[in-house]
Design a protein around this ligand. Structure first.
Ligand code: ADP
Ligand code: MG
Length: 617
């Protein structure tokens, strides 16, 4: 067989690259404005005809290009902005990939006019489908004008794909607004079919906002400024009552680059929290200044996505800063700052787990809520009865583990005695001990009760969540930094199938792109060592249960929660915690077994103990 692989001609390679960079007229507008900004322009004019389908022109008063540079600028990977790979991590310009002009030139007809300061004559280059048609000296003003005609003239599929003029113009205006907001110190003008749409003199951010969106915005804005050693935030946020039903007017700039980030938008939305009605979105124009080496812009050809080295910290700072300025402006009368990150992050920056909820959740778990307390009545009630039907105390049938039956039968008589004994001393505090980090021992008058702390706690959690699921009354603790987790497609669809139940347990999560979720909250009383682990563990355990036992969704989930969030062997419990386990266990409907069929406790009768000391003959 003959060799069949060959390199594509440059013009086709450029056309392919153009597919990513130049999606529509607005992409051209964006790239050309960025080049003008990088050329230190003070004035940028954008002239559009036919929604950019026939004519896009950007004129700047920036540095201009020499003759050679002008020719080079259309080559792919030709750039004046970076030289080596290290430069990729200290990007301070809008462009750096050196592919915009090459891409645009591959799919349109271009006329470039440019002149640098010291030259008398400038250069005019015309180019069509990557081929230079003419190259002449020309008398022109300092700076650069690039005219892009008949976009996609040679790619009919693309051209037909373009939307109506009003839609394409909307996209252009979006790009223009982003660019105009990103640099209020530059003056901008936009013309559409010979009509001036915007004339924006250079000035401050607030003036730019008002010039773009209207005078009535002025009274609705709240200024924001926050400096931390590694991140500076400034800008304006809209008062809550000003929020709209659409997300349109939300702008985040990182080092003056407009970026798309649902994650950071989420931080902002969270900061407003209950101040906004459902499905209302606040206005904001936020500028983040961060050391360029802490971000990666080279994620996508359009450069609107970036990666932060530590996005959790950025999230936290933004949220805290917004809360603070909402608070300062008396928009929120009382904001609880205790949960927020300390804005002096000098020590903590870089440690992604540095600022997590620090409440002593461990303790919280053992504190009984009012409702749980009332459960205790069951327990007391249990002891009040003179004659308890045997089955209530010790079910003869152990659905899961029959071998336990022997022990149960053996201790049955003693158990009754012990419990009745307790009843007589109902206001006496239980004395308890923990041994081997796994058993809680409690002295009863006629014996000793041994409680398996893991099994007991699993039972408690199981019934608790079963209850929560049936009554749909889970409560949620917000996590300080929402966590994004990516699931594989099948786990994702499983999670979606049982979303209602997961939410009922107390998880609070949003869908966040393909196969990803962002977790905002977890059930109120689990010790959140790692929220991500808890969630993933839940799904994992659910799948396991599903394979092994045919359980109802609720039972399965409650079992998963029990397996996953119950305390573990080796966990040292203080007296209050030991007592609480006993209290809660006997508040359960079925205190005798863990949901997995292990006995939760047994009683060693005092006679049995005594027997062991008897002299044998
Ligand atoms: P990039 O912006 O990523 O460097 P481009 O293809 O957009 O790549 O531009 C290539 C080069 O052309 C730039 O690096 C810059 O040197 C030059 N250039 C483009 N537009 C202008 C302009 N308006 N003024 C001055 N130089 C420009
Ligand atoms: Mg560029």
């Amino acid at each position: 067989m003959t060799d069949i692989i060959h390199l594509l001609p440059e013009s086709i390679a450029n056309q392919i690259a153009a597919g990513e960079v130049v999606q529509r007229p607005a992409s051209v507008v964006k790239e050309l404005i960025e080049n003008a900004i990088d050329a230190s322009a003070q004035k940028i004019q954008v002239i559009i005809k036919d929604a950019g389908k026939s004519h896009i022109q950007v004129i700047d008063d920036g540095t201009g290009m020499t003759l050679t540079d002008a020719r080079m600028s259309f080559e792919r990977h030709a750039t004046s902005k970076i030289r080596n790979s290290d430069d990729l991590f200290r990007i301070t310009t809008m462009g750096f990939r050196g592919e915009a002009l090459a891409s645009i030139a591959a799919v349109s007809q271009i006329e470039l006019k440019t002149r640098i300061d010291n030259e008398e004559l400038g250069t005019c280059i015309t180019i069509e489908g990557s081929k230079i048609k003419s190259n002449e000296p020309i008398a022109t003003i300092k700076g650069t004008s690039i005219e892009v005609k008949n976009l996609f003239y040679n790619v009919p599929a693309r051209r037909n794909f373009l939307k109506s003029n009003s839609v394409e113009m909307r996209h252009i205006i979006d790009e223009f607004q982003r660019a105009a907001l990103s640099r209020p110190d530059i003056s901008y003008r936009l013309f559409q079919n010979d009509m001036e749409v915007y004339n924006l003199p250079a000035g401050k951010v607030v003036k730019r906002i008002v010039n773009l969106f209207g005078k009535n915005y002025q009274s609705q804005l709240v200024a924001l400024e926050e400096k931390t050693p590694h991140l500076e935030i400034y800008g304006y946020i809209g008062k809550p009552e000003f929020a709209k039903k659409t997300r349109g007017e939300q702008f985040i700039f990182v080092n003056k680059r407009y970026i798309k980030s649902n994650y950071l938008k989420h931080a902002i939305q969270m900061a407003y929290e209950s101040l906004l009605g459902k499905d209302y979105y606040p206005f904001f124009v936020l500028f983040l200044q961060i050391d360029p080496s802490h971000i990666d812009v080279n994620v996508h050809p359009t450069k609107t996505e970036i990666k932060f080295i530590d996005d959790r910290t950025v999230y936290g700072i933004i949220k805290a800063a917004i809360r603070q300025s909402l608070g300062q402006h008396n928009i929120t009368p009382s904001i609880d700052y205790s949960m927020d990150v300390n804005l002096d992050l000098s020590r903590d920056f870089g440690g992604s787990h540095a600022n997590r909820t620090s409440a002593d959740l461990d303790y919280e778990r053992f504190r009984l809520s009012g409702k749980e307390r009332s459960n205790l009545k069951n327990w007391e009630h249990l002891f009040e009865k003179e004659e308890l039907p045997e089955t209530e105390l010790i079910p003869k049938e152990n659905a899961y583990n029959k071998s336990d039956e022997k022990i149960i039968l053996e201790s049955r008589a003693n158990k009754r005695e012990g419990l009745e004994d307790l009843l007589q001393n109902s206001n006496q505090v239980l004395s308890t001990y923990q041994v081997h980090g796994k058993y809680i021992l409690s002295q009863l008058k006629s014996g000793i009760m041994f409680i398996n702390q893991v099994a007991a706690h699993q039972r408690i959690i199981y019934e608790k969540y079963l209850n929560v699921l049936f009554n749909n009354n889970g409560s949620t603790q917000r996590v300080l930094f929402p966590i994004t987790i990516e699931l594989n497609p099948s786990d994702y669809s499983l999670a979606m199938d049982i979303k209602k139940e997961i939410v009922a347990l107390g998880f609070d999560f949003d869908i966040f792109g393909k196969n990803s979720l962002v977790i905002n909250g977890i059930p109120a009383d689990i010790t959140a060592v790692n929220e991500k682990e808890v969630f993933e563990g839940l799904i994992e355990q659910y799948k396991l249960n599903k394979e092994k036992l045919e359980l109802k969704t609720q039972e399965n989930l409650a079992m998963s929660m029990a397996r996953y969030t119950a305390l573990k062997e080796g966990k040292i419990l203080n007296l209050e915690e030991q007592r609480s386990i006993i209290d809660q266990l006997f508040g359960c409907k079925n205190p005798n077994y863990s949901p997995f069929g292990e006995s939760t406790y047994f009683i060693l009768g005092i006679e049995q103990v005594e027997n062991n000391f008897k002299k044998r003959n």
